[in-house]
Design a protein. Sequence first.
Length: 335
Amino acid sequence: MTQTPTHQPSPTDEATARFTVPAKHPMVTVLGSGDALLRVIERAFPATDIHVRGNEIRATGDPAEVRLVQRLFDEMMLVLRTGQPLSEDAVERSIAMLRGGSDEGASPAQVLTQNILSNRGKTIRPKTLNQKRYVDAIDQHTIVFGIGPAGTGKTYLAMAKAVQALQSKMVNRIILTRPAVEAGERLGFLPGTLYEKIDPYLRPLYDALHDMLDPDSIPRLLSAGTIEVAPLAYMRGRTLNDAFIILDEAQNTSPEQMKMFLTRLGFESKIVITGDVTQVDLPGSAPSGLRQVQEILDGVDDVHFSRLTSQDVVRHRLVGRIVDAYERYDDRTGK
């Protein structure tokens, strides 16, 4: 009996790509300090031999993987040409986008160099393809829902777009609101004045504002009403014109509160609603307005739902793994 020989990879099964870094870009900007960026790439392409000599980078291995390495270095150079430095996180996210097959014409370089807002040397920009879609949707639609787990930038990016709209005079004011039901506490049982009672619920919104505006200007903008930070109950009975309105932690609204809030929309205004439907803190079996509204407004013109996942978490990388672990647990236990 003759045994058919198994095919063994040969040199002809491999491809080689060479990439020359222009002299105006020091190799340290491409490879990272202590070759930190190169190590990220080598870990992501373990079966590909990557060699650096002078300003030339050579990759040898599986043709498909080599093509990805080539595309990665092309994208990295596009980012560097904008004057933006590369980080290990940016390279990791670029690799993830390339492996995921970035679509809609959005390349990693386009995602990573889309500036929303700059303040005190810090630039706020999307870091993943879904975040870019979310930011673009805010530009294109009147009402946008940003739904996803903690750390995906839902509220932070929405607030950056709100500040951008205010600075460019697209709106006259920013209104930030949250339902005050987290952790099962009730305002009536918290000590202090009304302002002091509200403050713990709204503190994350204040913290984000401090990243985006001169801290000295925030009290002035608040006292003038240019920026309003208030609990959701304060929205009842109002019509909000010429405003960028953000409802945060919307999973903790009741269906009635959600309807009330949506119908506050006035002329020349924009609404962004953010929340995580897996983190509902409503008492008992009370339904979440955010869960229900996805069915009610599905297909309504000028309303957009942006969904982010653990792959879009931009906090410590462990946060994404924690989110995934909880999702697997919920799947196993049927929660």
